[in-house]
Design a protein around this ligand. Sequence first.
Ligand code: CA
Ligand code: CA
Ligand code: CA
Length: 465
Amino acid sequence: MRKQGKRVVKLLGCLGMLSLVISVSTAFAATPGSVIFQSGFESGSTLSQLDAQDDDITGTDTSYATKNNWVTDLEGNSQIGTFKIQYEGGAATDRYASIITDPAYSGNKVLHYWLKNATIQDTGFLKGRIQTSIYDETGNPQQSLNEMYYKVRLKLHPDMQKLESFSNAIPWLTLAEFWNDPTWTGSSYPFRITFGLNKDANAGSNKPLYFSVNSENMENNTRVEIWRADAKSFTVSYNQWITLEFYYKKGDASTGRFYVAATPSGGSRQILFDVKNWTYNTHNASPVGLANFNPMKLYTGEEYINHIRNNGGIMQLYWDNFELWNGWPQAVYQAESMTLGTTSGETLTNSSDVNCSGGVCQIFDSNGVGDYINYFANVSHDGKYDIKVGVKKMSTRGKFQMSIDGVNIGTAQDLYAASAQYTELTIANDVQLAAGDRRFKFYVTGTSGTGYQLGIDYIKIIPKD
Ligand SMILES: [Ca+2]
Ligand SMILES: [Ca+2]
Ligand SMILES: [Ca+2]
């Protein structure tokens, strides 16, 4: 891969108080993640028993147009080993996973976890487990997954709230787990990242659950914590869908990354964790990729399972809309759906057009140099991005300069064409953006034709790191 001509341009913000650094590389191919598999557990997804302690899901989920087969797309992907559901103990009267109709909406199917009794013997106590496993296996390797992103919806059954009255702290209720060089393969450098729910000890009143993450080296069967973080400012809600996004990047203290974002249904997206630290064992000189992970998991001790049951409930979760990628997905923001900022006041029209993405382009009737329109788009994570814009060119169009949060990026773009033309423009590459709402401004700088209109279809940002 060629990488050349990297230059750093330092620009002063318009207030003269901010200084932003934009680094620009040329001839560096974009490498966004590709979707590996996606399912909403809809019709065609079939859960069936493999043996007493394992189930599988097979079939094609036709609610997604592509990458929707549990066997040929998921297990058939060259970076993925095998998928199954594991229990490790008990029977269906103690625990099960099942594809059911969403109790809140009859038009939706979801994956339901039901954990009534802990049955797995550990040292001096029992534990319970229901987990999807995406694992490296002999003959079906999963060694090259150096980056991984997935999105899934989680709904905590209302019975989960009974945990708030558990008097002691809850340090362990796993919802997802990520292994590098897992201990059960007799490996030399096991490492685990655990994402789950924790709770502090009650002191006279119930305490809320909160999301937590930690990582551990396994050293001579002893767990050594490498890093941890708690998301106590995020309110964990019950009986409400929360979209979770996970990103794993294999790396050391300076190159590794583990990220989780959460978006409650109807609420705003919050980054719970963006850890830049080890994502494999700190002693491992030659780690493979993410060979084993449990993207949807319920794994915890008997006292928490029993507490819910003893209070008239059952420990339960719902999962939906699982989408797995081998890196950050690119983000496309339709002009017609973005939050509009200030404009210079000319008419903005949603123009239905089958050649426009989403069936709509926005036509801004700017009529002179200096007119402008601002859009806000939510950037998922800190990083470098290639910035592209989908446009509809016409003879009545003008030229624009794009800026992000007041800093010009790239050069002026000419939307003039003798007749209608639909094009994706590359505005700039390797632009450093911070997570959150960024302001994308189109500023009219001139025209090659007869008018100054803009025809904006979408903004696309492609993650580069
Ligand atoms: Ca579904
Ligand atoms: Ca399978
Ligand atoms: Ca559009």
